[in-house]
Design a protein around this ligand. Sequence first.
Ligand code: RNT
Ligand code: ZN
Length: 423
Amino acid sequence: MATHRNTQIGRAFRLAVEQYAEAGVDVAAAFRRLRRIAVSLHCWQGDDVAGFEGTGGDLGGGLAVTGNHPGKARTPDQLRADLDQALALIPGTHRLNLHASYAETGGRRVDRADLEPRHFRGWIDWAAARGMGMDFNPTFFAHPKAADGFTLAHPDRGIRRYWVGHGIACRTIGASIGRALGTPCITNFWIPDGFKDTPVDRFGPRVRLTESLDEIFARRISPALNRDAVESKLFGIGSESYVAGSHEYYLGYAIRRQKLLCLDAGHFHPTEGIADKISSILQWLPEILLHVSRGVRWDSDHVVTLTDELQAIAQEILRHRLEGRVHLGLDFFDASINRVAAWVIGTRCLLKALLMGLLEPTERLRSLEKAGDYTSRLALLEEQRTLPLGAVWDQYCLESGVPPREAWLGEVLRYEREVLSRR
Ligand code: RNT
Ligand code: ZN
């Protein structure tokens, strides 16, 4: 069965290569470029953003995970096993994106401001053994000191100071991750701070936020070890009327302080895409981070699928060869389906969109545009959409040693039967 399928894929691939060559596209070169792109897989899809602090409390921060599909990871070892299963079905070598709330403290309660690199040894060793890099996130939610919806912009100095301490601890952890793995760790700061209803003072929280961030970032850390990103948001559940860390706020902050700006695809108005922002922001910043996500009517963090918006993001990165300046992270959490499948679907879709972008006859399209031939530009853009991407993707999967087409699903269902359903 698999042999027949693989022979069929081989034949289809050879024909596809011919077709792409006629369009002026080198498939082998596309594979080489795709292989070098690492996507940061977010740990939090595996356990509904619960983490291992054992508080079992409210997620808070306006984050919501819906669904009760059985088998969610409850221990670091389970989460790592689930990630291993997902990674075995995703072509390429990728990265792990970890939240501070996934610390391993050996059953002891360790305050978030007191977290140290050693609490992440298990994760670092796991990543090192797989040749993976890691990224990191301070956790400014699911905590009594964040219960009223404010952290770094809190009016209370003591609470602000506590969260500044957490931020500082996380940069140290990020640097030690970067040193251990030999690739810089991107430490991404997202805070929930905002108001449910119309505020009177929109100014004060932003002044406080700047002060807190500046304190956190005061220590210079080599960008070879750690790079800081700041993530904006339009609104959240319970912060519908005002979010201190808005897009304009962080765009300004990032440019002024030379931080990475993190654009989450779900954090803008429902019809506002992030693809067009990439080339704008990169005029002013060396690097950005993307949280590739899919909002459905709101910032719902649905599993990423092969949408036009996803393709537009991939095109923007690849057409201008920005792979070195745009870091790719995933950010979605769906508990209504198999969580391992969610990782696999989302990551494979992102890689498929990237492959699609790499198979575009960009040079030809560019010269048509330069010549003012917009008719041919539109015609070719539409024609190339239906070139045999699938045949090339299948071959890419085979060459990467992962199941092509929907063959990966059988593996996930077996894992569900043998592992997840017994938890
Ligand atoms: C929240 C942000 C943030 C979180 C993760 C869990 O709106 O998107 O990135 O999803 O930190
Ligand atoms: Zn995000």
